[in-house]
Structures are given as C-alpha cells and as structure tokens.
Design a protein around this ligand. Structure first.
Ligand code: HEC
Ligand code: HEC
Length: 188
C-alpha cells in the first residue's frame, strides 16, 4: 500500500483521546516551570499568608515591622510607597535601597493570593481559582504574568537581588501552554 495512504489510515485509527492526553501531560509538565517562577523568592516574598512581606532569598520577615494594612498597601501611617517608588533607585543608592515598581503592595487581605510553600497541586488550583485570584480568567492571568510591571520587576529586581531563575519569555510560553490546555493540575 502507498506509504502516505497507510500513515493517513493509521493516524485516523488512533484514538482521538490519545492526542488530547498528550496535550494534558505537556501542560502539566509546563506547570512545573510556572511553579518554579511563582515560588521564586522575587515572587513569593509578597504572596504570603502572613501580614508582613518577606525579603531576601531566605524570605525572612521585612524589617521595620512593615505590615499589609487594610488594602495591602501598608499601614495607614506607613504605606509601601513611602519607601518603594515606581522604579528601582539608581545603583548609586547602594544594594539595600528599596526596590521599586508601579503599585508596589501586598495583595489585599481578602485575597491574599498566598502561594508560598504550597505543593504543586494546591498552587495550581489556587492560581486559577477566580474566587481567590481577583476574578481573573486564563486570559487575564496570561496578561498579568506577561505585562504587569510588578511581575516584570522580578526579572530586574535591582541591588544584588537575584532575578527570577527562568527567562521571562520562557515562563510566559509555559504559562500559556498550561492555560491553553485548560490549566490541568498535577496529581496531589
Ligand atoms: C511587591 C509585591 C509583589 C511581588 C514582588 C509580586 N507580586 Fe504578584 N501580586 C501582588 C499584588 C499586590 C497583586 C494583586 C494585584 C491585583 O489584584 O490588582 C498580585 C497579583 C498577582 C497575580 C494574580 C493573582 C493570582 O493569584 O493569580 C499573579 C498571577 C501574580 N501576582 C504573579 C506574580 C509573579 C509571577 C511574581 C514574580 C515574578 C509576582 N507576582 C511578584 C504583589 C506582588
Ligand atoms: C520604611 C521603608 C519601607 C516601607 C514602608 C516598606 N518597605 Fe519594603 N523594603 C524596604 C527596603 C529598604 C528594602 C530593601 C532591603 C534590603 O535589600 O536590604 C525593602 C525590600 C522589600 C522587599 C524585598 C524584595 C526581595 O525579594 O528581597 C519586598 C517584597 C518589600 N520590601 C515589600 C514591601 C511591601 C509590600 C510594603 C508595604 C506593605 C513595604 N515593602 C514597605 C523599605 C520599606
């Protein structure tokens, strides 16, 4: 039989579910990269269950008793923006100057978006759960991780801080692969 015809016949005979299963498996594998980024110190230091942001690679509590406050923007008398500007200060300010990016804050107390330390399955559920992620669908999430200035800061954090360990474009590509497949989660 003609080769091409044979392969066409064979592929038509493959169970349709197989290709789909492949897709889901790849998406779950892509989520491993998503997790690596979300739980990098540059990201997880703000995505915490407690009320003080964390700092450094060791994720230790922020100095000066800084707290989340009623809206995530800090205590009434000491908002984050007292110290954190819209951009990193010049290098001449030294490595311990407060880093900066637009809307520097913690998520609000009603939606803490706390994913530090979560196992993969729980992190995955939390990220896509609209009741805990600020009502974002996959498209909004993709836009957020691709364009949000505070997210982008993770790749140019200033001072001696290590940037997120996965290149931004690769992270976004893997996030998209996961999201396009409907955001399947690894088994718990
Ligand atoms: C300075 C604190 C801070 C840092 C650092 C930070 N975030 Fe956030 N993040 C926030 C705040 C505040 C919100 C809520 C914004 C809103 O809902 O308008 C948020 C929301 C999000 C959301 C949407 C909500 C959700 O649960 O899905 C995602 C996704 C996200 N951040 C990813 C990241 C990633 C990835 C990094 C690191 C590259 C990062 N964030 C670093 C403060 C931070
Ligand atoms: C009184 C000044 C001040 C206030 C107010 C303040 N910060 Fe900071 N913050 C700093 C300084 C300074 C650093 C850098 C410390 C260093 O590198 O030694 C810092 C670092 C950080 C980091 C560390 C980034 C990393 O990954 O290591 C995060 C996250 C952070 N602040 C979040 C916040 C949030 C959120 C608020 C408001 C709720 C806030 N800060 C309020 C001064 C402040």
């Amino acid at each position: 039989m003609h080769r091409l015809l044979l392969s066409l016949l064979l592929s038509a005979m493959l169970p349709a579910g197989l290709a789909l299963a492949d897709d889901q498996q790849e998406a779950v594998a892509a989520f491993a990269t998503v997790q690596q980024v979300f739980q990098h110190p540059r990201c997880q230091n703000c995505h915490i269950p407690g009320d003080s942001p964390l700092q450094f690679d060791a994720s230790i509590p922020h100095a000066m008793n800084v707290v989340r406050g009623a809206d995530g923007k800090g205590a009434a008398g000491l908002p984050c923006t007292t110290c954190h500007a819209e951009a990193n200060p010049p290098d001449s300010y030294g490595p311990h100057a407060p880093p900066g990016a637009p809307h520097w804050a913690l998520p609000p107390p009603a939606h803490k978006m706390a994913w530090i330390g979560l196992p993969a399955d729980q992190l995955c559920q939390l990220i896509k759960d609209k009741s805990s992620n600020g009502g974002r669908d996959f498209a909004a999430l993709l836009k957020h991780v691709g364009e949000d200035k505070l997210v982008l800061w993770g790749w140019s954090p200033g001072g001696n801080r290590a940037p997120v360990s996965v290149p931004h474009d690769e992270f976004v590509a893997q996030f998209k692969r996961w999201a396009d497949a409907g955001g399947p989660c690894p088994a718990g």
